[in-house]
Each structure stands twice: as structure tokens, then as C-alpha cells.
Design a protein around this ligand. Structure first.
Ligand SMILES: Cc1cc2nc3c(=O)[nH]c(=O)nc-3n(C[C@H](O)[C@H](O)[C@H](O)COP(=O)(O)OP(=O)(O)OC[C@H]3O[C@@H](n4cnc5c(N)ncnc54)[C@H](O)[C@@H]3O)c2cc1C
Ligand code: SF4
Length: 506
């Protein structure tokens, strides 16, 4: 059953075998597996249960329903905007469906550096195979690549760079282009479509508008969760709920999870919780083309340029380049200028191709709780990360010119508009700081990195908290480092792993 907490008696108590906090890829997977193994499972989710029929393709209505702070969550220095989803399914509701495995060299390094005895590199292959099968992951056929993606392909090939098509978890996709606002056609094989029905069938429940605020622990064991009933539009606590459970799995995302663990005051000898956040921060550049691009039509993000991404240890190639998808509001907030100058750029909306260069980042950001309902994110890129992001502007501009852009627009202050490819190299000198350029991030991760040494890590490679019996973590927080690519497939794989560990632990 799906219950709306606002219809429950405030101050009420729910008893279950496992409480899962958060219903995104990490939480939904664990919840389904545990319920199928016979546990009574209750999932808490602050957002709405949004059905495909309610995905009305209106930016101004869907973004506040689908995203925390309506998409305006910012780092404390206002330098990075962090997009994170809410609602049953978490960020998988509105994400762009790209699925990619973490490369073996990174898995080997994790194993070497973090002693992941319960999740060695060889264990990932079967987990990925299973996740790909469950999510029906397939390569998007080249015939379905839209002009926006073909522009990136053309630029990549013209420069003789490395690139190729991407795999997605969609079935029956009509190419409407509205993925980021949720799929009205139920074509996304996401957490809400694949795992929540399995949870329901096995007798589990989801309580929407319920936000965990503290983990209740005593004598080194978790006893349950203190939660509040929230009004989704503008989270305000309108009541309390108590969940009594001998097992709790925190899957509140790489920001929500460390905020909750820290607010709960759990022991953490290594002090890593919330101190190693990675974001894949990104810069964007826009190309203005003579022929219409109409980037909003068709499937977004089907082609990647991997020339600037190399996972060898110490490599300074750490940029993953894909087309940036944008509906009119999103593009308008990104383009520089005001008044007539801004209107003149927006008049070229249909002719624009926008590329995003995402960084496989080394910066350790910080998450802290802010009162009972909020959190803060402190993220200031290190000098090497800033240099790489500036290089991202250069590479994006070169790709767009190579694909035939008439001019390239760099959203920064003061804005730069380039009309010749030779001008691209100078972008390497752009100062990546909040006063000059805004970064965006859609992949928070690695904020409670797993590791088997309890003196270092808070959570082991089963997803089990080292200090609190019965407490588990399953979400993007667990990655030991940034992963340099789309994370959801690996989070589903982790969910399968952690779900089985919870069941096996009894
Ligand atoms: C615009 C966009 C596009 C993306 N595109 C892709 C893509 O194409 N491919 C890809 O691999 N990844 C993509 N991602 C990222 C991907 O969606 C996330 O990495 C993934 O969903 C994270 O899964 P998770 O389970 O860790 O957390 P989430 O999906 O964030 O789920 C966490 C859930 O916990 C809930 N929660 C938070 N705090 C609490 C609390 N205190 N109590 C109870 N519940 C709580 C949240 O509301 C949320 O529903 C994209 C992200 C964005 C923003
Ligand atoms: S492009 Fe496909 S997956 Fe995206 S919203 Fe349209 S039908 Fe759904």
C-alpha cells in the first residue's frame, strides 16, 4: 500500500521489521528484496506518489514536485546548484535514464584502498548483469539519436576524438523529450516502475510525506526512526510519526543520508560521514547553429564524448561530455545577460546545442544537517578540479565549433561569446569561482564511503554500519570515490547487494 502520512494520525506509531528511509534506486531495491524475503517493510518518502498520468510536462509545475527546493538547492557559497529528486522513485523519476558500469580499474582501486571484502571487483559483474536485466537496459539505436546528440557526434568525429552511443533503461519510449519532467508514458524502467510494485506485491508499504529526522538507537542498536509528516510543496513539519523497527536502511541520497546520520549523533571514529561528498560538478557551453537544432525533441543524451576521460590512476583526463538537456525555463536561467540581450539569446533557443562537461571530481565536499528538516552542502572545488572545469569549457567550445556552430556562448560573468574556434583555448584561463561562473551537479555521491576498516569508514562493504547494529546504508553515499559517469545503475546494483545482505543477516 501507498499511504499519505498527512492522512495518518499525527503522533502515531508504525511497527515493522525493516524501515527503509528514501525510495530512490538505493532504497526501493532493498525494500523490494527484503519484502520478498518475508520481512514487513515500510518505506518513508518525503515527496509525493506521482503517477505517469500526473506528469503533465509543465516545467513550472513538475520541477517543484519532483526536485528538492524546486531545483534550487545550492552549495553554501552559491557556486554550485545541486539537482536532487524527491517523490516515490527519488531521482529515478526525472533522470535521463543513462546506464553505465563503473570501469574495472576503478573497482580494483576501491578494493585495494578500502578493503571491500564483501564486494570485490568480481562481484560487480553479476550484480550489473542482474540490474541491467531488471531495468531492461539497452543501447539506444543510432536511428533514435536526435540532432542535438548528432551534433556532439559530429564534433567528436571531426576532432578525431573518442565517443559513442549510450545505453538507457526505457521500454516503449516515444521520444517525447520530456524525461526530465517525468515520463507521462511510463516508459522509464525506474525505481517506481520496477521495484515499488514488487514491494507492494510482497505486502510492503510506502508512506509518502514522511521525512526521517533522527535514528533512534540504544545500547549500540537501532530501535527505529523519528519522522515528521511534511507538506510536500514547502516542507513544513505538520506532525510526527514514530517507526519502531529492529532494522533500518538509510537510502536518503548522498546528501540526505549523511545529514540524517550526523543529526542522529552516531559514533564515527574515522569522521568520514558527510565529509567526502563528490558531485560531478559541471560547466556548460552553448553553440548557436544556423539550422534549427530543436534540442527538446527526441530522446535526450544518447551520445557521449569520452576523449577527455581516462580512469588510469593519476590521469588528468577527468571530463565526461554529453549534451545538456534543457527546457525553456532551464535554458533561460542558464543563458547570460538581462533584458533585451537575454531575449535575443533566447530567441535562438531552437538553434542551440548545449554541451555539459562533468568532472570526475577529487574535491571532498561536506554535508551537514540544518535544523530538523534541512541540510547544507559546502563544496569548493580544489585548484586541480577548477583547472579541469575550465578545460571543460575549452573542450565543449571546440566540439561545438567542430560541429559547425556559428558562435559559442559561455554562460559566465561577464558573459563570453566566441565567434572563432581559435578563441576557445583562452577559456582555460577562466576563473572557476562563484562570482564568475555557476556550476551544476546532478550526481551527489560518496558521502558515506564504504570500507571494511571501522577505524576509517562508517559503513562496511555489506552496507552495514560499523558502529550501530541493525543499521544499513544503500544509496550513492556508499561509493568510495566519484565514479565519472552516470551512477544509477551502480546504485541499483548496490541495492541488490545490500538488500541480500540485510536478509542474510536475519
Ligand atoms: C536531472 C538529473 C538527471 C539525471 N540523469 C541520470 C542518468 O541519466 N543516469 C544516471 O545514472 N543518473 C542520473 N541522475 C542521477 C541519479 O538519478 C541518482 O544518482 C540516483 O537517483 C541516486 O539514487 P539514490 O537512491 O542514491 O538517491 P535518490 O534517487 O536521490 O533517492 C533518495 C530518496 O530519499 C528521499 N529522502 C531524502 N531525505 C529523506 C529523509 N530524511 N527521510 C526520508 N526520505 C528522504 C528523497 O526524497 C529521495 O526520494 C540524474 C539526476 C538528475 C538530478
Ligand atoms: S523521451 Fe521517452 S522516456 Fe522520456 S519522457 Fe518521452 S516517452 Fe518518456
Amino acid at each position: 500500500m501507498i499511504h499519505d502520512a498527512r492522512a495518518l494520525r499525527p503522533g502515531g506509531r508504525i511497527t515493522c521489521d525493516l524501515c527503509v528511509i528514501g525510495s530512490g534506486p538505493g532504497g526501493a531495491t532493498v525494500a523490494a528484496l527484503a519484502a520478498e524475503a518475508g520481512l514487513k517493510v515500510v518505506v518513508l518518502e518525503p515527496g509525493d506518489y506521482i503517477t505517469p498520468g500526473q506528469m503533465n510536462q509543465r516545467e513550472e509545475q513538475m520541477l517543484p514536485r519532483l526536485l528538492w527546493q524546486a531545483g534550487a538547492r545550492m552549495s553554501t557559497d552559491h557556486g554550485t546548484r545541486i539537482h536532487q529528486g524527491k517523490g516515490v522513485g527519488g531521482s529515478s523519476l526525472h533522470n535521463l535514464n543513462l546506464c553505465k558500469r563503473v570501469p574495472p580499474e576503478l573497482l580494483e582501486r576501491w578494493h585495494r584502498d578500502r578493503h571491500l571484502e564483501h564486494l570485490p571487483p568480481a562481484a560487480w559483474g553479476p550484480l550489473y548483469d542482474e540490474a541491467e536485466r531488471l531495468l531492461s537496459v539497452t543501447s539506444v539505436p543510432a536511428e533514435a539519436w536526435n540532432r542535438h546528440n548528432r551534433i556532439l557526434q559530429a564534433g567528436t568525429e571531426a576532432l578525431g576524438w573518442r565517443g559513442g552511443g549510450l545505453a538507457h533503461n526505457r521500454t516503449g519510449c516515444l521520444g517525447s523529450g520530456f524525461c526530465e519532467l517525468g515520463c507521462a508514458f511510463d516508459a522509464k524502467n525506474n525505481a517506481a516502475k520496477v521495484f515499488i510494485p514488487r514491494l507492494m506485491k510482497a505486502g510492503g508499504s510506502v508512506v509518502t510525506h514522511a521525512q526521517a529526522v533522527r535514528l533512534d538507537t540504544r545500547d549500540g542498536r537501532v530501535r527505529g526512526v523519528s519522522a515528521v509528516i511534511v507538506d510536500a510543496a514547502d516542507p513544513q513539519a505538520v506532525g510526527t510519526l514514530e517507526i519502531v523497527a529492529p532494522r533500518v536502511c538509510v537510502s536518503a541520497s548522498a546528501t540526505g543520508t549523511p545529514a540524517l546520520l550526523l543529526r542522529s549523533g552516531l559514533m564515527d571514529p574515522g569522521g568520514e560521514t558527510g565529509r567526502r561528498l563528490h558531485l560531478h560538478p559541471a560547466v556548460v557551453v552553448a553553440g548557436d547553429f544556423d539550422e534549427p537544432v530543436r534540442a527538446w525533441e527526441g530522446i535526450p543524451q544518447t551520445y557521449e564524448c569520452t576523449e577527455q576521460l581516462d580512469f588510469a590512476e593519476g590521469s588528468d583526463k577527468r571530463l565526461w561530455i554529453v549534451p545538456a538537456f534543457g527546457h525553456p525555463m532551464g535554458v533561460a536561467t542558464m543563458l547570460p545577460g538581462h533584458g533585451e540581450a537575454h531575449a535575443a539569446l533566447m530567441a535562438r533557443f531552437a538553434h542551440m546545442a548545449v554541451l555539459v562537461a562533468m568532472l570526475h571530481d577529487e574535491t571532498n565536499g561536506r554535508v551537514d544537517p540544518d535544523g530538523d528538516l534541512g541540510l547544507t552542502i559546502d563544496y569548493r572545488p580544489t585548484p586541480p578540479d577548477r583547472r579541469s572545469l575550465a578545460e571543460g569549457l575549452v573542450h565543449g567550445a571546440r566540439l561545438l565549433f567542430a560541429a559547425g556552430a556559428r558562435r559559442v556562448i559561455v554562460p559566465m560573468f561577464p558573459s563570453r561569446i566566441l565567434d572563432r574556434p581559435e578563441q576557445a583555448a583562452a577559456l582555460a584561463e577562466v576563473s572557476i569561482d562563484p562570482g564568475t561562473i555557476s556550476l551544476s551537479a546532478v550526481h551527489p555521491m560518496a558521502s558515506v564511503p564504504m570500507g571494511d576498516d571501522p577505524r576509517v569508514a562508517a559503513v562496511d562493504s555489506r552496507g552495514r554500519h560499523h558502529q550501530v547494529e541493525g543499521l544499513w546504508i544503500s544509496d550513492g553515499s556508499l561509493f568510495p570515490t566519484s565514479i565519472g559517469g552516470p551512477p544509477q545503475l551502480s546504485i541499483y546494483a548496490l541495492g541488490l547487494h545490500v538488500g541480500r545482505q540485510i536478509v542474510a543477516a536475519g
